[in-house]
Design a binder for this molecule. Structure first.
Ligand code: CP
Length: 305
């Protein structure tokens, strides 16, 4: 059966654990033949440094060929439908990674595809990032179950997928968001359902200091996501949620600082914190490589069943 990874919950908690355990092995032994003779298409309709490069390098390191298809380089979306493109690419390649705007487009592509499809970010979700976030958090806190991550800033796709991944791995999540910049109601409902099902806590805070008090990680992301326009009102609302040394000092002394990157230094996070001793941000970026290789390996193995 073809398995896709369009959202975190496309994997069970046990499958996530298998992928993260395998990623730990791959981090120690990155070169192999797991994807020998395989081709992975990378369809990107938005810019990317980490997702594009980590998937490309990861496939190459395991003997496969990454095939980058940028915006305007295929017939997709202009003279060919999403479904027909999915059917045709499935005849050539062994898996597809897509970064685009609408979650519905990735779902339509996967519905028609006969090879695994991976969501490399949509406006709604960023599940590969979220798996990596948990992997990175567990490097600092191997006994992660019952600890708390606080996400601060804009209620966006990264926060949404982090929330799902935290619930499925037994980690509590605080969302420190200014009023008016919450996650969409449907997403909050989904996250509350997951948190209830897996026995974790999910709490929304308007006060960033209260939010980080007992946290093991402070996580932030850009305030203005790709494709959004900057407004003075939004920046004003987010100002108190900046991750700076004062806020970091309000959390546990061993708390780590996380950011999915790219960072807008001086905006959502200060240089001192991003480059400081508590930051695991560049490990987080590196770990995309290991986790996505393990994910691809898992999905391709499922094809053979
Ligand atoms: N974090 C992340 O997805 O980075 P890119 O946008 O550079 O891929």
């Amino acid at each position: 059966m073809t398995r896709h990874f369009l959202k975190v919950t496309d994997l069970s908690p046990e499958e996530i654990r298998r992928v993260l355990d395998r990623a730990r092995e791959l981090k120690c032994e990155p070169i192999g033949r797991a994807f020998a003779g395989r081709t992975v298409a990378l369809i990107f309709h938005k810019p990317s440094t980490r997702t594009r490069v980590s998937f490309s390098v990861g496939v190459h390191q395991q003997g496969g060929m990454p095939l980058y298809l940028g915006q305007g380089e295929t017939q997709l979306g202009t003279s060919e439908s999403i479904e027909d493109t999915a059917r045709v690419l499935s005849r050539y390649v062994d898996a597809v990674v897509i970064r685009t705007f609408a979650q519905a487009d990735v779902e339509a592509f996967a519905e028609a595809a006969t090879v695994p499809v991976i969501n490399g970010l949509t406006d709604e979700r960023h599940p590969c990032q979220a798996l990596t976030d948990i992997f990175t958090f567990e490097e600092s806190f191997p006994a992660s179950r019952g600890r708390t991550i606080t996400y601060l800033g804009d209620g966006n796709n990264v926060a949404a997928s982090l929330g799902a991944a935290a619930a499925l791995t037994g980690i509590h999540l605080n969302l420190a968001l200014p009023e008016g910049y919450d996650l969409p109601d449907a997403m909050m409902e989904e996250l509350r359902g997951l948190s209830q099902a897996y026995g974790t806590m999910l709490e929304v805070f308007r006060d960033p200091v209260a939010a980080v008090r007992d946290s093991s990680a402070l996580y932030t992301d850009v305030w203005i996501s790709m494709g959004q326009s900057e407004t003075a009102e939004k920046l004003r609302a987010l100002e108190p949620f900046r991750v700076d040394e004062e806020l970091l000092a309000s959390s546990a002394p061993d708390a780590v600082v996380m950011h999915c990157l790219p960072a807008h230094r001086g905006s959502e996070i200060t240089d001192a914190v991003l480059d400081g001793a508590n930051s695991v941000v560049f490990d987080q970026a590196e770990n995309r490589l290991h986790v996505q290789k393990a994910l691809l390996e898992f999905l391709l193995a499922e094809e053979g069943k």
